[in-house]
Design a protein around this ligand. Structure first.
Ligand SMILES: O=C(O)CCC(=O)C(=O)O
Length: 395
């Protein structure tokens, strides 16, 4: 069953701040579409149109780690951005039927329609166009370099952020979407120009090296009890800095915060620990539309998303087996379960040729399952191997 549920920042069921459910002007702040695809259903793969492969430069890889984020300019071509602009208008004015989403009231004025949604979560599970953007080959090319080679696509958000639309206060994405090992990465595609006036993203370089700060009740969620003096924080994502105590962490980096001023087609990549936020759209008439996907290395285990839709209803104990089977294998391979794209967008889950380095002429890292369920690395002969002699420090 497709359902649409109000939710918090990253569409999980964790006990986190709910202030985005409804914005001050009465518009619904964040909605999530939360059906769960049958993991075993493979829809016939539909190839995306061809894109030139984007190969990240080493200096950009380094910059991503040094700053906690990286903006890749012009990554998504203008015609794709135009498609999202047209689609956002169809969505706003009720011209597209979204399963689970109420059609707009027939007497609503254009202004009312434009302010209905600040953002909508997880539309890739009900609309093909969102699946295609979540699995955009150029975005996956960069993710393959930053967190891959094995990439799973977990979450999508479509921001409309109309004039006057609220921002989102300091937060760390790995707080909302924990993965083990922690490899989370967001990819934020600018659909409109985003700048200080219409509420662009802001990042605080340096904070990517901070741990993930828990709120009360979630103390052990990200780091177990390994960090002896990790304080809890309160009201993460709240735009009121005095309420959101992550601002104390931000205060350790005076003057470091930078606005991510972006043109349509630019994509910002950011890790799960870096503090980021956005302010209210202060412009008189400019939207700040963006498509955001969240990804992790496909060999990271996750239990995220277990509260959404059929997962719980099926009676499966996801606290033990995880939810990887709900998340799409976008690139590469994995020893963990993985999900399929509902609409068949070509990706590693349904297209063997897209399974990572092997497809690109490099050496694959394969995993073979032993009869007793153990996983054995099966490296082919042409793969670089550590030469034990080279590590022998005895004279
Ligand atoms: O776009 C925004 O305003 C906030 C997005 C964000 O924080 C995120 O994608 O993690």
């Amino acid at each position: 069953m497709d359902t649409l549920t109000p939710t918090n920042s990253h569409a999980d069921d964790s006990a986190v701040d709910k202030q985005f459910k409804r914005s001050k002007n009465g518009a619904v702040g964040a909605l999530a579409v939360a059906p769960v695809a049958e993991p075993t259903t493979v829809v016939e793969a539909k190839p995306q149109r061809p894109y030139e492969r984007y190969r990240l430069a080493v200096q950009d890889y380094v910059a991503f780690h040094r700053q906690g984020f990286l903006i890749v300019r012009g990554l998504v071509p203008p015609e794709d951005v135009q498609e999202l602009i047209r689609h956002s208008e169809d969505l706003m004015y009720g011209r597209v039927d979204v399963p689970g989403l109420e059609p707009p009231p027939p007497d609503a004025s254009p202004a009312e329609l434009e302010r209905r949604y600040l953002r909508i979560h997880m539309l890739h599970r009900v609309l093909e166009v969102h699946e295609r953007f979540l699995l955009h080959p150029r975005v996956l090319d960069v993710l393959e370099a930053l967190i891959g080679p094995d990439v799973m696509a977990m979450q999508s958000m479509f921001f409309l952020k109309f004039p006057g639309g609220e921002g989102q206060g300091y937060h760390q994405d790995s707080y909302y979407i924990p993965t083990v090992p922690d490899t989370l990465c967001g990819a934020w595609l600018a659909v409109d120009r985003a700048d200080e006036e219409n509420g662009c993203m802001w990042f605080t370089p340096g904070t990517q090296d901070e741990p993930v700060y828990p709120t009360a009740g979630l103390e052990r969620q990200n780091h177990g009890d390994a960090l002896g003096d990790l304080p809890t924080v309160a009201q993460v994502s709240n735009t009121d800095e005095s309420a959101n105590t992550l601002s104390r962490v931000a205060a350790k980096y005076p003057g470091a915060e930078v606005p991510a001023v972006m043109e349509p087609g630019d994509v910002a990549f950011f890790g799960g620990h870096v503090l980021h936020r956005s302010h209210r759209n202060r412009s008189a008439a400019r939207f700040r539309r963006s498509f955001v996907g969240h990804y992790a290395n496909a060999r990271s285990f996750t239990m995220w998303g277990h509260g959404n839709g059929a997962a719980g209803a099926a009676g499966t104990n996801h606290h033990h087996i995880g939810t990887n089977h709900h998340h799409i294998l976008a690139r590469g391979a994995t020893n963990l379960p993985y999900g399929q794209p509902r609409f068949g967008t070509a990706c590693a889950a349904n297209t063997p040729a897209l399974r990572g380095p092997a497809a690109n002429g490099g050496a694959p890292m394969m995993m073979a399952a032993m009869p007793d369920g153990d996983i054995m690395g099966a490296a082919p002969m042409d793969m670089a191997r550590n030469d034990p002699d080279a590590h022998d420090h005895d004279d």
